[in-house]
Write a new protein. Structure first.
Length: 100
C-alpha cells in the first residue's frame, strides 16, 4: 500500500514508500508499539513510547499542527488498511522537522 514515511534524521525527511498493511510492518517502521492519530482523511502512526525510551531506535522530532512526535511517523489510509490519500507535497507542507 502507498504510505508516506516521515523520518527526521533522513534526507529527504518525507518520502513515499510501499508498505505491507500489517501491524508488524508498521511497528518495524516506527520502532515500537504504534499509536494512531487522524490526519485529514488518513492515519498517522508513531511510536507511542518514543518519549520514555532511553535510546529510541529512530532519532529526531517532527511537528504536525500543535502535536510534536519523536522518531519516525508513517501516514497511511484511514485505519491503516488503505493507500494514503494525502499527496506527498501536501504532507511536506503539513510536517515541520524540528532541528536542534
Amino acid at each position: 500500500m502507498r504510505a508516506i514515511l516521515i523520518d527526521p534524521s533522513a534526507t529527504p525527511a518525507i518520502s513515499e514508500i510501499d508498505v505491507e498493511p500489517t501491524l508488524e510492518k508498521l511497528q518495524e517502521l516506527v520502532g515500537g508499539y504504534i499509536e494512531a492519530y487522524p490526519i485529514q482523511r488518513d492515519t498517522l502512526f508513531v511510536n507511542e513510547e518514543w518519549n520514555i525510551q532511553k535510546s529510541p531506535k529512530f532519532s529526531g522530532r517532527f511537528q504536525i499542527g500543535n502535536f510534536t512526535f519523536g522518531g519516525r511517523g508513517v501516514i497511511v489510509g484511514k485505519g491503516g488498511e488503505a493507500d494514503a490519500l494525502l499527496p506527498l507535497l501536501k504532507a511536506s507542507q503539513l510536517v515541520t522537522i524540528i532541528h536542534k
